[in-house]
Design a protein around this ligand. Structure first.
Ligand code: SF4
Length: 142
């Protein structure tokens, strides 16, 4: 197996996550935290939340992308090394609803950066978030 294959396989078996709040109400963020707790135990799939986007394989974004967050969000996205997967969590991040037309909104997320998986719901259940991460990892690194 080539070195590239080894790295890709490592990512598939142990995806490191970075979470960015792009203007959410914190509802989705709490569900992401729940997905990492022993009850839903996404660590059994190798998922680890990391403190720097430079260490991440998967970027989790919550919220409609507010004007204040736009430049910071793009900077965080650019700091995640290639190849990377992006999972948007929640209806705000997916579609921008209920903030469509608001002067503070620059999103939804896929208007700003490429998105691999959408996890809809307000907020989505932790099981759906875990499934979204697994789907993104399979698509990008599987
Ligand atoms: S989808 Fe719902 S829970 Fe998530 S950020 Fe939007 S309003 Fe909050």
């Amino acid at each position: 197996m080539s070195m590239r294959g080894v790295v890709s396989r490592s990512r598939a078996k142990s995806p490191w996550l970075f979470h960015v709040n792009t203007g959410s109400c914190n509802g989705c963020d709490i569900e992401i935290v729940a997905a990492l707790t022993p009850r839903y135990d996404s660590e059994r799939l190798g998922c680890v939340l990391v403190g720097s986007p430079r260490h991440a394989d998967v970027l989790l974004a919550t919220g409609p992308v507010t004007r204040q967050m736009l430049s910071r969000f793009v900077r965080v996205y650019n700091q995640v090394p290639h190849p990377k997967a992006v999972v948007v969590v929640g209806s705000c991040a997916t579609s921008g609803v209920p903030f469509t037309g608001s002067y503070v909104m620059e999103g939804p997320v896929d208007r700003i950066i490429p998105v691999d998986v959408y996890v809809v719901g307000c907020p989505p259940r932790p099981e759906a978030i875990v499934r979204g991460i697994v789907t993104a990892v399979k698509r990008k690194f599987g």
